[in-house]
Design a protein around this ligand. Structure first.
Ligand code: PBG
Length: 327
């Protein structure tokens, strides 16, 4: 035998030397759930270890994360049922609690990268990402609302707007709206290939945002398709996106790989709530080695080609990384 691949696996130092995909704390974007007022933190029952936080608790959490090398955050508002309506009007109000809090986060931590969410569902009494009329999701009327939402958020100085709604043309509409109002420096991280997925269940628990009727299949993508992801990618590039995203991540590693091979923009993968919940559940049951499985899944996303990962594991992974526990 002339060729023995095992030679390059002989010791940990050699394995480290020849390792291809590298994951670091700075590659994570940590999703956080924001509560209004000074409500005490509430754990999300389907996401052990993840809490809805009020602003003060969130500032504290961000501070702790910065110490361990996590520098990017995406913040989602938990909106009270009484504030929700058909047009998601609370989301476009200039001084809603989300916007007020974002401003404070950015003032306190100007160097961190803060991303926001643009979609109607956190504020919509229909629980849909777009405007509903006669049981249909209206694309173009939704765009006007999304632009207003993006503008009140951009005004706080955040770094990237994250349209998670999957309406056609929203990246361009938001880009033009931002530019017209002087927000040239505000970026857009676009949910480029966002699939109609069963893996979003725990997130909808966290926000109480499940659709009140039907599903999201007329705007989110069919899990069977990946050519279509390339089409969405081309549109997002043309429309001015700064970062592209594939969501969910674990069942869509092929899509991550295809997008990475076709575009020159940075790529993100969203390791979504249901992916987190499955691993936690398996670990709590004692059926899998939770940390090993977690590490393997996260590195698989990097190997597939993503540059960054939105993950609820960010903090615990980074803590283990700093203690040299990631092999
Ligand atoms: C909705 C939105 C969803 C997630 C982020 N933004 C759920 C949905 O589309 O219903 C899911 C994230 C996760 O599951 O972690 N705009």
């Amino acid at each position: 035998m002339l060729k023995r691949p095992r030679r390059n696996r002989k010791s940990q130092s050699i394995r480290n030397l020849v390792q291809e995909a590298i994951l670091l704390p700075q590659h994570f974007i940590y999703p956080l759930f924001l509560l209004e007022g000074n409500a005490p933190k509430i754990e999300i029952s389907s996401m052990p270890g993840i809490f809805r936080l009020n602003l003060l608790d969130m500032l504290h959490e961000i501070e702790e994360c910065l110490k361990i090398g996590i520098e990017s955050f995406i913040i989602f508002p938990v909106v009270d049922e009484s504030k929700k309506d058909k047009t998601a009007s609370y989301g476009t109000q200039k001084n809603n609690f989300y916007v007020r809090s974002l401003r404070i986060v950015k003032e306190k931590f100007p160097e961190t990268c803060i991303m926001t969410d643009v979609a109607m569902d956190p504020y919509s009494s229909d629980g849909h990402d777009g405007l509903v009329e006669n049981g249909k999701i209206l694309n173009d009327k939704t765009l006007e609302i999304l632009v207003q939402m993006a503008l009140v958020q951009a005004e706080t100085g955040i770094d990237y707007i994250g349209p998670s709604d999957m309406m056609d043309g929203r990246v361009q509409a938001i880009r033009e709206g931002l530019d017209k109002n002087g927000f040239y420096e505000t970026g857009i991280i676009s949910y480029t290939a966002k699939y109609a997925s069963g893996f979003y269940g725990p997130f909808r628990d966290a926000l109480d945002s499940a659709p009140k009727f039907g599903d999201k299949k007329t705007y989110q993508m069919n899990p069977a398709n990946s050519e279509e992801a390339l089409l969405e990618m081309e549109l997002d590039i043309e429309e001015g996106a700064d970062i592209l995203m594939v969501k969910p991540a674990l069942s869509y590693l092929d899509v991550i790989h295809r997008l990475k091979n076709h575009c020159h923009l940075p790529l993100a993968a969203y390791n979504v709530s249901g992916e987190y919940a499955m691993i936690k559940a398996g670990g709590l049951k004692g059926w899998i080695d939770e940390k090993k499985v977690r590490n393997e899944i996260l590195i698989s996303m990097k190997r597939a080609g993503t540059d960054m990962i939105l993950s609820y594991f960010a903090k615990e992974w980074a803590l283990d990384y700093l203690q040299n526990k990631i092999y």
